[in-house]
Design a protein around this ligand. Sequence first.
Ligand code: NAP
Length: 251
Amino acid sequence: MKDAFGFPQSVLVLGGTSEIALATVRRLVARRTRTVWLAGRPSPALDEAAGGLRALGAEVRVVGFDALDPGSHEEGLGKVFAEGDIDLVLMAFGVLGDQAHDEREPLKAVRVAQTNYTGAVSAGLVTARALQEQGHGSLVVLSSVAGERARRANFIYGSSKAGLDAFAQGLGDALYGTGVHVMVVRPGFVRSRMTAGLEEAPFATTPEAVAAAVELGLRRRSETVWVPGALRVVMSAVRHLPRAAFRRLPV
Ligand SMILES: NC(=O)c1ccc[n+]([C@@H]2O[C@H](COP(=O)([O-])OP(=O)(O)OC[C@H]3O[C@@H](n4cnc5c(N)ncnc54)[C@H](OP(=O)(O)O)[C@@H]3O)[C@@H](O)[C@H]2O)c1
């Protein structure tokens, strides 16, 4: 159960090697979190992530999870909840893809959509139901400003995040009043493995800054969190730009 300050004691990360997720969990472990489940595709990086958190004093368990295999989600994630209550599910898996390349290889583009959207629909519904059965908990979904308005240079990823974002908002409304809280997090460009080698966008931020914003959002039970916060206003303007003007922006 969350403690009196609203900090989760037990956390399930979907996408257990995500740099943003690990920065968030490190922050939570430094507060009150004791039990961490890292769900992800088996790899040395996943084991290393678990080891790093154990060194901070957390009890860490690793469980297989593949966003591209939704048929396995109910059973795999069900086993986690069967072991005890989860206060926070952090949905952090995702792939950026390679837009120029993926436009020419539709099956690659489909993989981006299936990972970021279809995988999240499945894992989101499975974990939301488990949280609802407990009667408490938060589901934090890492969306992106890229979903707010799809750009020419990044519309495959952007459209997958738009779908994810809309899904998570609807799920939050469906769960309103049940004791389960859904929080949509929309970071801008984050300096992580996902963006390594890419030219930085304005308002670039860090996994640690996203982690701090997630912690604050959890404490406030926010429904939407922008990182950095200024992007809320910026994206509101961008969203309303006429198509012809938006097309000419160097983004
Ligand atoms: N970095 C940014 O600029 C940025 C901005 C806004 C939003 N986001 C979102 O934030 C989330 C975390 O990103 P990050 O920056 O922390 O990137 P990251 O370090 O590259 O993490 C991505 C995670 O997704 C996992 N993943 C990919 N495909 C998967 C699959 N089929 N099944 C299970 N897990 C899978 C990866 O696991 P493996 O180790 O198995 O590959 C990894 O754990 C993503 O949803 C991303 O879209 C990122």
